[in-house]
Design a protein around this ligand. Sequence first.
Ligand code: NDP
Length: 376
Amino acid sequence: MHLTRRDFSKLTAMGITAELLSSKPAFPAQPSGKKVGYAIIGLGRIADLHMQGIHASPNSKVTALVSGHREKAEKYAAQYGIAASSIYSYETMDKLRANSAVDATYVCLPNSMHAEYTIRSAKAGKHVFCEKPMSTSVTDAEAMIAACKSANVKLMIGYRCHYETTNLAAIKLIRDGALGKVRSIQSAFGFNAGANEWRLSMPLAGGGPLMDVGIYCLNATRYLTGEEPAAFSAYSTNDPQDPRFNHPNSVEEDLVWTTKFPSGIVASCSTSYGANMQGYYRVYGSKGWLQVTEAFSYQGLHLTAEYERDAEKEADRTVHLDQLNPEKIPHQFVNEADHFSRCILTGQTPQSPGEEGLRDMQYIQQIYKSAGIKMA
Ligand code: NDP
């Protein structure tokens, strides 16, 4: 069965919403009319998608740009109707403080720059949406949280899957007990990285595929189980013949880790910059299993499941699910913008605050330590 948009609205009506991820109550309705203004910092691939999402969100708009490339910024400014006076460089971005059209920033820079630009945004009095991974060290993540608290601004980390329908449906199935007692999870996400990408440089990336895409598997094992990992064991390898991975500043190429959760659930995860690994997870429980393919993609997420339930007729006892999510780009980015703007307008804490990013940084540190990799 392939779900239509209407079917997905029904899932939402059934309670498959972001609130599932926490015990917090649903958000109050947003005050009407006001749109939250965003400055986008670093105009690369993810920034482009975020601008599409913000533009399509009813409570958000792009009002300023921060870039090292003025011409590129001018093109985006023309596309989104942004005044030339609201284009900044990295050197002048602190002047955002005086720009009343900007309520918040989106930090879309290479990983090692997240801390500096989050802290400078907070000091300019702006709320901050920061891409994952939150930082490249636990110390930086703590400093980012402290800076936002002291400036009394909100901090949200860009965990798209926390606001995404298929991931939320998988969580709901597990929480409702459809799979019985969950015992084991497998997950992977990786890609063959292009040479000369900042992602391959330790000083800019702070780590390799674990920081970039493996973090999705790590975070998924946490939201699927609703538990925090108790222990990690990890191995990593680099091909000594591959110039992308054989120099002193190179990041890890392949990494696998296993995790044990307090209830006894075990998870095994893989990530790579040397091979394409379609993002997926499989969850095995005492009554059945579920799988999501393209689990961390922008579209095309596909949930399948098979589990046993109590039913009078034998024919009704095995449930088969096959749900292809019809939502298209930039849907997930609209969800993130809607959510953060609603938090800013209503004073609520985001579902994926700085503390969520900090936890992943602490686990990433443990995984790297187990694999014998030194973080910056
Ligand atoms: P890109 O390389 O496409 O863009 C990064 C931008 O940062 C550049 O275009 C540039 O913008 C700016 N920049 C400033 N200094 C540097 C530098 N020294 N080297 C390179 N770029 C620099 O990266 P992505 O958009 O793919 O990734 C940005 C962040 O977003 C990363 O932290 C990544 O992990 C995260 N990400 C999140 C995704 C998600 O789905 N949530 C998906 C992809 C990435 P300018 O030219 O305007 O100065």
